[in-house]
Ligand binder design. Structure first.
Ligand code: OXD
Ligand code: MN
Length: 600
């Protein structure tokens, strides 16, 4: 039974059925009975494994094909009619050509299988910022994950009504998980996503990266809003006011950890608290009062498991204690619980590693193997989060006071600095990059540019995207959030991190909030406003962060910054402009201005 009278939806689903030729079509209404039946079926077929229901109630385990464990950027396409509209950061193909090629792969692909039709809302149902999607898939794993990650089920159609055509059409088939024929394709001009031959979350939960970032960034440009790869958090101050901040970091820079930060003791005593609105994606639009408001379009967390532990992120760990799907972590066979690297120091002796082999976990890890895949994941409902914001479901979103950019930089970039204005902040976002470490690649100091942490997710030409940022700044005027850059990863000469990070990042948020309120002064430097000596509170960590260390953390080295500016000029010229990206003149002007200030 279909769940809507919307003819646009019905017609499109019919077309997908004719193409994929499933044996059955099941509309997902989101009811408990239906989901329980699907869980049961998935357990019976072996697609999912039931974990210890006393220790991990409602939790399931799933293993993907070893060739299918991460997003595949080289097989991800933006198909716009004109190649220049996809720009230099995307793979491109003509939409008609791509539809024709993929139609052959989808033709009859669901024969003997069930097609599940999943209505979902990105954002709280009823929110003016929310959008509807429909994903058809042949995977129960996808249905169960979408139930956690989105507002899924019949209610999602309420926002759409009977006549609107404003929904994103997502077609997914795991097919036979053939990496040679794997495609993750966005057609932004048609509100359409086609994904085939993968069953890994980031490629198949089409509401997330494909819709909420790639398609939504394109929609946002045309409709006057922004879809960003940003966490959203609220900081409650001792006076009870909550200030909301978004932050964009490339992967492996701790977005989920910052979103769920637990303040240091001194801050807690003073009454500070941090609340999570989102850990990965923010949709932001000017509100009636002219300020920028953000919602988290998601309804859960698709977090990286390894490294999550009681110290790094107790709140995230807590999220995974019930109703969670684990993918590619290890199983402790003795009690059917889960384990991953750095969860604790005790790998299970009787373990099943992520590919499914039963091993002695202690010996196996001692030999240098990992029990969990490094990109193994938990899919956990947002309601499980002990510090979830009371505004999480607020249809109006939360007003944003500050936007933070950051990356992993061993040197050059100070702990924190503030842009002079929105345009300079847009420059800072365009300059986001992460440096590889010796441990990771063997080569220290290799820069990977990841503008606004959005490189794999901008659904159109990056030059137009930067221009959209500049236009949003003009629209917001003096109501625009202040823009900051942080770097938790500065190192000393011996490669040791010199900032403790994690909960202590609250000290930097504190300075950022005070800058927004205008209650703390700053030093004007060539690169932006930096904290004055003594203005980053180090109470309780004075032994670790001595005045000398703080000097290093806040150092602006003229030579390194001259190199940085030269590299940005090269990046704009060679990687963007020469390849069809229209770098706004205002960003080149920012380069000139920083250079002039450095040479003053
Ligand atoms: C990512 C993710 O890859 O959130 O950024 O999974
Ligand atoms: Mn992400």
């Amino acid at each position: 039974m279909s769940l809507t009278n919307n003819q646009n939806v019905l017609k499109w689903v019919d077309e997908m059925v004719s193409l994929c030729k499933p044996e059955n079509v099941v509309w997902i209404d989101g009811s408990k009975e239906q989901l329980d039946a699907l869980r049961k079926e998935a357990i019976e077929t072996g697609e999912m494994i039931e974990l210890n229901q006393e220790k991990l109630p409602g939790c399931l385990y799933h293993r993907t094909n070893p060739n299918d464990v991460a997003r595949v950027e080289d097989r991800t396409f933006i198909c716009t009619r004109k190649k220049e509209d996809a720009g230099p950061t995307n793979n491109w193909c003509d939409p008609q050509e791509m539809y024709a090629k993929l139609s052959k792969l989808y033709d009859g692909v669901m024969k003997g299988r069930t097609m599940y039709v999943i209505p979902y809302s990105m954002g709280p149902i009823g929110s003016p910022l929310a959008k509807v999607g429909v994903e058809v898939t042949d995977s129960i794993y996808v249905v169960l994950n979408m139930q956690i990650m989105t507002r899924m089920g019949a209610d999602a159609f309420k926002n759409l009504g009977d006549v609107s055509n404003d929904f994103v059409r997502g077609l997914h088939s795991k097919a036979d998980v053939n990496p040679e024929e794997r495609y993750i394709v966005q057609f932004p001009e048609d509100n359409t996503i086609w994904s085939i031959n993968s069953a890994y979350g980031g490629n198949v939960l089409l509401g997330k990266k494909c819709f909420a970032l790639r398609i939504a960034s394109f929609q946002g440009k045309n409709e006057g809003w922004m879809a960003e790869h940003m966490l959203i958090l609220g900081v409650k101050k001792p006076d009870g006011e909550i200030k909301y901040i978004t932050a964009a970091f490339p992967s492996a820079c701790g977005k989920t950890n910052l979103a769920m930060l637990i303040p240091p003791e001194g801050y807690k005593k003073d009454g500070y608290e941090v609340f999570t609105v989102g850990d990965d994606i923010a949709w932001m639009k000017p509100g009636e009062d002219g300020r920028l408001y953000a919602i988290n379009p998601e309804n859960g967390f698709f977090g990286v498991a390894p490294g999550t532990n009681e110290k790094s992120n107790p709140n995230a760990l807590h999220c995974t204690m019930k109703d969670t799907i684990f993918t590619n972590v290890a199983i402790n066979n003795d009690d059917m619980t889960v384990w991953w690297e750095k969860l604790d120091k005790n790998p299970p002796v009787n373990a099943t590693e992520w590919k499914g082999a039963v091993v002695n976990g202690v010996e196996y890890t001692a030999e240098g193997n990992t029990l969990a895949h490094p990109n193994s994941r938990f899919t956990a409902p947002a309601v499980n989060c002990p510090c979830i914001s009371s505004e999480f479901n607020n249809p109006a979103g939360v007003p944003i006071s500050a936007i933070i950019f950051g990356g992993r930089r061993a040197s050059t970039t100070p702990l924190v600095y503030q842009s002079f204005d929105w345009t300079h902040g847009t420059y800072m976002g365009s300059a986001v990059s992460s440096e590889t470490t010796a441990a990771a690649t063997g080569a220290v100091g290799v820069l990977r540019h990841d503008p606004m942490a959005m490189k794999p997710f901008i659904g159109y030409n990056v030059g137009d995207y930067w221009n959209h940022w500049l236009e949003m700044g003009e629209k917001l005027g003096d109501k625009a959030p202040k823009i900051f850059n942080v770097n938790w990863f500065k190192q000393d000469e011996n490669g040791n991190f010199i900032w403790p990070g994690f909960g202590d990042n609250m000290r930097v948020l504190d300075w950022i909030i005070k800058r927004c309120e205008g209650t703390v002064d700053a030093d004007e430097t060539a690169i932006g406003y930096l904290p004055k000596k003594g203005d980053i509170n180090v109470e309780g960590i004075e032994d670790e962060v001595t005045p000398e260390i703080m000097d290093k953390l806040l150092d602006v080295d003229k030579e390194l910054w001259t190199k940085e500016i030269a590299e940005m000029r090269r990046y704009y010229d060679d990687d963007i402009k020469a390849k069809g990206g229209n770098v706004p003149q205002a960003l080149y002007d920012e380069l000139d201005k920083i250079e002039a200030r450095l040479n003053k």
